[in-house]
Structures are given as structure tokens and as C-alpha cells.
Design a binder for this molecule. Structure first.
Ligand SMILES: Nc1ncnc2c1ncn2[C@@H]1O[C@H](COP(=O)(O)OP(=O)(O)O)[C@@H](O)[C@H]1O
Ligand SMILES: Cc1ncc(COP(=O)(O)O)c(N)n1
Length: 265
């Protein structure tokens, strides 16, 4: 039977991250991708030059149109931009008991660009993150969520425990793309009992745009396919590594990860 996944995220005009990366990742996994767009960014490989929010009413209407008609197997959230959109999304998720839910708490991009309003961080913490099956902060976001400095794997482990306990999220996965390790790009998993370091070879490339979006949508795709959470995460990490090996040297800044490689699934 056809599996269906949903991304609730922003549009990236350059096509490397956001909804564009998510739908491409779903397609690669042979899953029908649906989308509720939260904002439109004017963006390329160099940066974001403008952004406009979709009204919370229209975000909610997109979600209702999808859920009133289809049976959605897994959902991911990405860039939610502001407090009003986060509250609308969180309310819908609560009322419709939406799960499994992968929350990529997009606040700061890999390049250090702030992607949501300051006031939105509080809503994210209190309304949305506690409803997640798993959250996938990068190093910047994990610093904001844990109030801790994070520069090493040991500090990633401590922060994952802090975030898991304080926010009541079942599983925290802190992504290590931003570490200064030359050979490895480890992600740290903590589920309240067990901690695991998911190792992965570091791919030497400047073309890393869309890694976080691709990881969270590949996790959602694997969950839609019925895989258990840890397997879904490990396979998603492998997918991102291969996508980085096939990244595209386009544009003048950080090009996007590539999705054009032979089917391994
Ligand atoms: N150069 C790299 N080589 C291998 N894996 C990487 C590299 N950069 C990022 N990753 C992986 O990509 C995923 C996304 O991480 P990260 O880039 O830190 O997130 P974000 O895009 O949200 O800032 C993680 O699994 C991380 O380990
Ligand atoms: C619309 C949008 N959503 C998310 C990101 C983060 O991208 P990355 O996966 O590189 O952290 C982005 N740059 N733009």
C-alpha cells in the first residue's frame, strides 16, 4: 500500500533545503509526499534575502485538507518561522493526535543564520517539542535548548540528557555536523535510558545545504515505512552521508546535498 508522509516546513527558492529537500527525500524512499508550507524564503546557496509567513489560518487549512482526505503515516516539521504558526501547528497536532512526529527544531541554519523569531523559541519549547516522537537539534539549537556550551561529543551527550529530561521529549538526537572533528560527524541519541553515539564518516565538502532537512525527512520516511525509531535514524544518517558524497557544486555558496544516486533501499 502507498505510504504517505507530510512535511510542515518552509519553502527554499534555491531548492536545497526546506520543503523542496523534504519532498525529494520522500520520493527517494518511494513515499507520497504532502506538504503544509509555513513560509516562503528567498534563498540560494549563499543565504536568505527575504522571508514571508503564510497565515496560521492557511497553514491550518493545508493541514486539514491533507488529514481530512488521507491517512498520513508520518510527519516532520521544519522551519515554522513564528509563534503564531507554531501554536497553530501544535494545536492541530494535539487535536488530531498526529504521530509519529519528527520535529527538526529549526532555529539557526548550519551557516549560523537565524531562521525563526526570538519569541518563537518559547512556543517551540512549550507547545510543540513535548508532542514530538523525536527531536533533531543541530549544535546551535541544542545550545539554545539546553543552555549549555557544546563543542565535544561528551558535551553533546550531557546536553541530550538535559534536553530530554527538561522538555519531556521521548528521544533527542543532537546532530554533530557543526563539530570541528575532521574525520567523523557523530550524532548523539538519548532516549531517557540509553545513550548512543551514531558514528559516520565526515565527508569533506562545502556543499552541505539541506543536511538537517534531509535527515529529519528521511527519519519520517523510514517511520512511514514501519521501521523502528533507532533503525529509522541510523538509515537516515546513512542516507545523508551518501547525499553528501553526491552533493551538487552549484551556486556560489554552499551547494545542496544531492539525491541522484542508485537506489539502495
Ligand atoms: N560533512 C559531513 N559529513 C558527514 N555527515 C555530515 C556532514 N555534515 C553534516 N553531517 C550530518 O548531517 C546531518 C545533519 O547535521 P547538521 O548539518 O549538523 O544539521 P543542520 O543542517 O540542521 O545544521 C547529521 O546526521 C550530521 O552528522
Ligand atoms: C526553508 C528552510 N528550511 C530549513 C532550512 C535549514 O536548512 P539545513 O537543512 O541546511 O539546516 C533552510 N535553510 N531553509
Amino acid at each position: 500500500m502507498t505510504k504517505i508522509a507530510l512535511t510542515i516546513a518552509g519553502s527554499d527558492s534555491g531548492g536545497g533545503a526546506g520543503v523542496q529537500a523534504d519532498l525529494r527525500t520522500f520520493a527517494f524512499h518511494k513515499i507520497h509526499g504532502t506538504s503544509a508550507i509555513t513560509c516562503v524564503t528567498a534563498q540560494n546557496t549563499v543565504g536568505v534575502t527575504d522571508v514571508a509567513a503564510i497565515t496560521p489560518k492557511l497553514v491550518q487549512a493545508q493541514l486539514a485538507a491533507i488529514f481530512d482526505d488521507m491517512s498520513v503515516d508520518a510527519v516532520k516539521t521544519g522551519m515554522l518561522l513564528n509563534q503564531e504558526i507554531i501554536e497553530a501547528v501544535a494545536k492541530f497536532i494535539r487535536e488530531r493526535n498526529v504521530h509519529p512526529l519528527v520535529v527538526d527544531p529549526v532555529m539557526v541554519s548550519r551557516a549560523g543564520v537565524q531562521l525563526i523569531d526570538d519569541s518563537a523559541v518559547i512556543s517551540l519549547k512549550t507547545s510543540l517539542l513535548p508532542q514530538a516522537t523525536i527531536i533533531t537539534p543541530n549544535l546551535y539549537e541544542a545550545r539554545i535548548l539546553s543552555n549549555q556550551e557544546i563543542n565535544t561529543v561528551e558535551e553533546m551527550k550531557q546536553a541530550a540528557v538535559t534536553i530530554q529530561k527538561q522538555l519531556g521529549v521521548p528521544v533527542v538526537l543532537i546532530k554533530g555536523g557543526g563539530l570541528s572533528d575532521r574525520y567523523q560527524s557523530p550524532d548523539v541519541w538519548f532516549d531517557g535510558h540509553n545513550g548512543e553515539i551514531l558514528t559516520g564518516e565526515r565527508i569533506v565538502t562545502k556543499n552541505t545545504h539541506g543536511t538537517g532537512c534531509t535527515l529529519s525527512s528521511a527519519i519520517a520516511a523510514n517511520l512511514a515505512l514501519g521501521k523502528d525509531l533507532l533503525t529509522a535514524v541510523k538509515e537516515a544518517k546513512h542516507y545523508v552521508t551518501v547525499a553528501l558524497q553526491n552533493s551538487l557544486d552549484i551556486g556560489q555558496g554552499n551547494g545542496p546535498v544531492g539525491h541522484f544516486f542508485p537506489l539502495l533501499l
